[in-house]
Design a protein around this ligand. Structure first.
Ligand code: FNR
Length: 363
């Protein structure tokens, strides 16, 4: 279908399910074992209800947000996802161009198909980038990547901490891997006697010995603000603060790591209950199952600085950079409508009173 016929993130998913190669679809859409966390990420956010306010002038509305010191036209950004080239020959370059055109931030995966410099150059405008980091068990390689990121003007490092080993993604295992290499990490997709799990096989270089004390090293080598991506408890958010992180991303890797891990939205509520002061000390990001502007507004109302959107952007790449732009417009439009109907005109005015979380408060 023509791009303008797609009016929701779900529409992009439907098209991608028909047009991606079976392997690309399996790699992108899969999640760990029984998909419990993957399914509940979205389901639980949807059990939060709005408490809209009325009779406000909502003629003009602004979704602009400052994310890790960077300006963004929206309170959402592109979550890092590996091997975007499986969806489109321009892969991460198209993501960069689309993001630049829309004024949003792209967090580049350590397992991107294109070199870091090529992706940053593709952005054209001054639109900032973040880099997602998988620490290599060969630490010298990680130091080299971090220095390069800093020299290219990348604004922040999102260290992934929810995947010291890859989760078991069965749909990905069942289809033989295509021969692809990440131009950043050098990880190679291959096949072995367990199957063709690209996620698993490309994760072989990832450091299993990463500990809290290593955060200072990442900060020092890069000179950049560090966000821990994959924080799943209030206890670890508190530790992240103690160890000098600028922010945490409440994430379970889109349900691709530990199946049965609590959905990200529950972690956000846990922070309110256990360590409410953390919202003044850290920037809080969240991802996993956010597919509507209304989903995004709920997280922002609950104190998230920004929301990451993962799979929908990979699916949008079936239309190249125009798909990336169009998906951004769709989500932004839905967000603006939800804001107006909630009676707010500036995303910075979203607050917890706008949502009723009773249905999931005791989970
Ligand atoms: C990911 N994700 C991910 N995360 C990360 O830190 N480094 C990576 O290289 C990847 N790669 C990756 C590939 C694919 C195909 C997917 C779907 C996901 C996880 C990603 O950053 C994000 O946490 C989730 O995708 C968010 O959930 P949704 O929006 O996909 O539901």
């Amino acid at each position: 279908p023509p791009l303008h016929a797609l009016i929701s993130a779900a529409d992009f998913q439907t098209v991608a399910s028909h047009t991606l190669t079976p392997k690309a679809w399996a790699f992108y859409s899969s999640a760990a074992t029984d998909l419990i966390t993957h399914t509940q990420n979205k389901a639980l956010t949807r059990r939060i209800m709005f408490r809209p306010r009325i009779l406000k002038d909502v003629a003009h509305v602004s979704t602009s947000r400052t994310i890790l010191g960077c300006s963004s036209s929206t309170p959402f950004f592109i979550s890092p996802a590996a091997m975007a080239r499986l969806a489109h020959p321009s892969g991460e370059l198209a993501l960069a161009r689309g993001a630049a055109a829309e004024g949003i931030v792209q967090c580049i995966s350590s397992n991107a198909s294109y070199p870091l410099s090529a992706i940053v150059d593709a952005g054209v405008t001054d639109q900032p980038f973040f880099l997602q980091l998988y620490v290599n068990s060969d630490r010298a390689k990680t130091a080299e990547l971090l220095r390069k990121a800093a020299s290219l003007g990348i604004k922040g490092v999102f260290v992934t901490v929810d995947a010291p080993v890859p989760g078991k993604r069965e749909a990905d295992e069942r289809i033989a891997a295509e021969a692809v290499v990440s131009a950043i990490s050098g990880a190679v997709a291959s096949n072995d006697k367990k199957g063709g799990g690209m996620g698993r096989l490309m994760a072989q270089y990832v450091e299993k010995r990463l500990v809290w004390q290593d955060i200072a090293w990442i900060k020092e080598v890069s000179g950049l603000p560090v966000v821990l991506k994959g924080v799943q408890s209030a206890a670890d958010a508190v530790l992240a603060c103690e160890y000098g992180a600028k922010g945490v991303m409440l994430s379970n890797h889109g349900g691709r790591s530990l199946d049965g891990a609590q959905p990200s939205i529950l972690v956000l509520l846990e922070l309110h209950r256990i360590c409410p002061e953390i919202f003044d000390k850290l920037e809080i990001y969240v991802d996993g199952g956010f597919e509507r502007g209304s989903d995004i507004l709920k997280a922002v109302a609950l104190g998230a600085t920004a929301v990451g959107v993962g799979r929908p952007y990979l699916y949008s790449l079936t239309y190249g950079e125009e798909g990336v732009e169009h998906l951004t417009q769709v989500l932004k439009d839905e967000l603006e409508t939800s804001m107006r109907l909630c009676g707010i005109t500036d995303i910075d005015d979203a607050h917890p009173g706008l949502v009723n979380t009773q249905d999931i408060d005791h989970l």
